[in-house]
Design a protein around this ligand. Structure first.
Ligand SMILES: Cc1cc2nc3c(=O)[nH]c(=O)nc-3n(C[C@H](O)[C@H](O)[C@H](O)COP(=O)(O)OP(=O)(O)OC[C@H]3O[C@@H](n4cnc5c(N)ncnc54)[C@H](O)[C@@H]3O)c2cc1C
Length: 471
């Protein structure tokens, strides 16, 4: 093993993974470390195109309002730059249609801003801004294989195979005062820790077996009355979801999602027929007359996974983990990139407090636990409404889920309830805010006033069109 030194005046950090979580971590580490080296096993493209190391990048990605706000905080001026590249900003309630339990949230002005932009373009722009900092360097085609530790078990760097030179496939060592693993949901950090004789984290899983089929369409002016998107959530009676998001280049990205082995078809007719069975006809009405520009393609997501690093009795010194490597959420809630951003902000705050050395890992885990708790509660609680999804369904979740049904009904009539719900869904307010007396009063009045029989709920068809085929 040869050594590539990356130590600098203020120490060195190595980040494993140059996707959203890794880039955002690098951005904040550069406030504290003299050199930050980001390593990624993938070949990073110049163009804003999906890439193999992030296979989900070919699918619809919405950024929650808290995520957009966080990105702008880390990279001032980024929103304007994204708009200059074709991204579209929108008030998440006024210019968007949200359908929950078949009820469309009443239109209103939420004051929360969202951006509609493809995942590859967003990542490329974040990468460009991150690398504008001269303390940050990035090497792609470097495959990290393990951690390097000293005699006391403190992590001192990573071992990696550098594939940039085909003649030299030797494992090398990148020294670091701090290693941050941001290698996504397939992170090997638990195995790497075990290989060092350290305790790996407990893992919680909620099996959802979600499948996405995604297709792109040309976006014409006037479609959807100029609104920027539709999100149709799966309902307990019809667990199928649909997303239609405006994207740069006058395009729509349309994703259909099914649970527990219900796979939206990838043949064009089947895709179209499946869209017609969603809990609202709104999305199908647009794509039925829109011009498709790609064939549908599929992605499977077996389970939401949370790794409980914060519960380790002795968190390893010199190692932090962030992004999907800590918690990978059912994608239908659109939370992953926002959580990665909120984790980066939490890391920044810990570092700014001057926390260092052995105290850093525990302070970091303590800081990100609440950041992950809320979206995890939202995603797991929501998924447990779907018949057949198994998980920790305690009394509290049952009560909250019963109440959420009322929130959805009330939100269809009362924009204020819609705003309150969207603030929680966009991670701008805690779930408990929906229980505030003023909100509850609106929910109770609104949900009772909803005239029965006026929704357009569509029951799931008895034999779903070609939807249980293997991937
Ligand atoms: C179908 C789908 C749809 C989604 N939709 C949304 C959405 O609408 N909104 C949202 O916010 N989130 C969404 N997500 C989640 C989102 O994609 C992730 O949360 C986000 O990419 C942040 O993940 P990450 O940076 O932690 O990991 P990833 O994006 O998975 O990136 C991991 C990186 O690590 C690199 N890597 C892996 N192993 C190694 C190694 N050994 N050595 C070096 N490099 C390595 C990879 O090449 C990659 O670049 C979705 C996910 C899926 C699956």
């Amino acid at each position: 093993m040869t050594t590539v030194s990356s130590s600098g005046r203020d120490g060195a950090a190595v980040v494993v993974g140059a996707s959203m979580a890794g880039l955002l971590a690098a951005r904040v580490l550069a406030e504290r470390f003299g050199r930050v080296t980001v390593l990624d096993s993938d070949t990073l493209p110049e163009d804003a195109v999906p890439r193999g190391g992030v296979p989900q990048s070919a699918h619809a990605h919405g950024l929650l309002a808290a995520g957009l706000r966080g990105l702008e905080e880390l990279f001032p001026g980024l929103i304007d730059e994204l708009v200059a590249r074709g991204g579209l900003v929108a008030d998440v309630q006024e210019q968007f249609r949200w359908v929950n339990d078949g009820y469309t949230i009443a239109r209103g002005r939420s004051g929360m801003q969202g951006i509609l932009i493809s995942r590859p373009l967003l990542e490329r722009e974040v990468r460009r801004r991150t690398l504008a900092d001269p303390r940050i360097e990035l090497f792609d085609r470097v495959d990290v294989r393990g951690l390097v530790s000293d005699d006391h078990g403190r992590v001192r760097g990573v071992a990696a195979v550098d594939r940039r030179d085909p003649a030299d496939r030797e494992s090398r060592r990148w020294d670091a005062d701090l290693v941050v693993d941001a290698s996504g949901r397939t992170s090997r950090a638990p195995d790497w820790l075990a290989a060092l004789g350290a305790e790996p984290p407990e893992e919680e899983r909620v099996e959802v077996d979600v499948a996405y089929s995604t297709r792109w369409y040309r976006r014409e002016p006037g479609q959807l009355d100029g609104d920027r998107g539709i999100v149709i959530a799966a309902t307990p009676g019809n667990p199928r979801a649909g997303f239609l998001l405006a994207q740069e280049g006058d395009r729509w990205i349309c994703a259909l999602g099914g649970y527990l082995g219900d796979r939206p078809p990838i043949d064009p007719d089947g895709f179209d027929a499946y869209a017609a069975t969603l809990p609202s006809p709104m999305l199908h009405e647009v794509i039925a007359s829109a011009e498709p520009i790609t064939e549908p393609r599929r992605f499977r997501f077996p389970a939401s996974v949370r790794r409980r690093y914060e519960r380790l009795a002795r968190p390893p010194e010199g190692l932090l983990v962030t992004g999907d490597a800590v918690c990978s959420f059912d994608p239908v809630y659109g939370q992953g990139m926002t959580v990665a951003c909120l984790e980066a902000l939490a890391l920044r705050d810990v570092l700014r407090r001057g926390v260092d050395g052995p105290a850093l890992p525990r302070a970091f885990w303590r800081a990100i636990e609440p950041v992950v708790d809320v979206p995890w509660e939202i995603a797991v609680g929501g998924d447990l409404r779907i018949p057949g999804v198994r998980g920790p369904l305690d009394r509290r979740t049952r009560v909250v889920n019963g109440y959420i049904g009322r929130v959805h009904r009330a939100a269809a009539l009362d924009p204020a309830v819609g705003t309150a719900f969207l603030r929680v869904a966009h991670l701008e307010a805690p779930p408990a805010s929906l229980m505030a007396p003023t909100v509850m009063a609106h929910v109770l009045v609104g949900s009772r006033r909803w005239p029965s029989g006026t929704t357009r709920l569509i029951p799931v068809p008895r034999s779903p069109v070609d939807s249980r085929s293997p991937v």
